[in-house]
Design a protein around this ligand. Sequence first.
Ligand SMILES: [Zn+2]
Length: 384
Amino acid sequence: MSSGTITSDAGRASESIASNASKLKFSGSDRFIRELRHRVDAYFEQTGRPRRDCPRMYFKTVTILAWFAAAYLLLLFVATSWWLIVPLAIVLGISIAAIGFNIQHDGGHRAYSERPWVNKLMALTLDLMGGSSYLWDWKHNTIHHTYTNIDGHDDDINLGFLGRLSPHQKHYWFHRLQGIYLWLLYGFLAIKWHLFEDFYHITTGRIGGQKIKRPRGKDLVIFIAGKVVFFSLAFGIPMLLHPWWAVLGVYALAAFVSGVVLSVVFQLAHCVEAADFPVPVISEVDGSQRIQTDWAVHQVQTTVDFSRRNRFLSWFLGGLNFQVEHHLFSKICHVNYPELSKVVEEVCREFGVRYAANKSFFSALASHYRWLTLMGQPVPAVAS
Ligand SMILES: [Zn+2]
């Protein structure tokens, strides 16, 4: 593929917004991604393993949905004392994060199945959890997966004035304390998402710096139906059986826990010391913006793996501890990532592309804390 062409599936989908909104392009050749694809194809041919429709994934889906349903139904019909309600609300919050990591994320990326309707069905679990699969497709699939860690484009690194995640964002004095308070704030992100953000994006027709198409027809029906189902599950039905303050309390705790878990796991891939935050070069001729590497190298340089040998985390996090592999092969089911990581690491070594991974979950957490602290320091921005 020629220089300047975005080479991802997400990238192809986003060329329209790239051209009409930002004219942001990537440079370099496609040798690296072609070799990666060639080696990954060879891996699947040699092993005979499926890329999608993996039996393990279907079993995992049933397990996690049963976990969610059990926690929800116990809270609704069984638990009456606070010492049971509090742990159950926490368990419910963790199950919501697990649905996001595993089922919704693979479905939304069309990595779950060869059949589009199965992917769609799995992606809809996000609407069940209070989000919008339609908006997620724009925010995550199209924008985040193409413009990873590019300030002004990737909405995932945009916390507004509340936090400074990139060296190219504006510094405020209170960012000195963001290494402490942001962990708490992460908990409110799910609540903000449920009650405010989706409606805001639909109203403005924008996410971050990018224009989006507002949902119409079937997409709009699903958006509205999703909100009705979520608000019924979270508030309407429980309030028929329990006092309003108890329902709000359980909602707040479960949403807070899911927000912390979801946010922290995504931050560990992109907002740690080893991740890059590239700045596009702006052309004096036509004002277009260009990243100095090709898309695949950009993905590896802005993404960091962690706990690659931890089997429990690899199960629970839906392969999001292998985000380098996920960003390169987002349409392959995540149960394959541990094996693919060996292939990717080898190709990176051959091409001289730095492949970064934190050894453990705690070393990744510590790196995120140090990054937040560094970004909170009152020093001039690193880049121009
Ligand atoms: Zn993703």
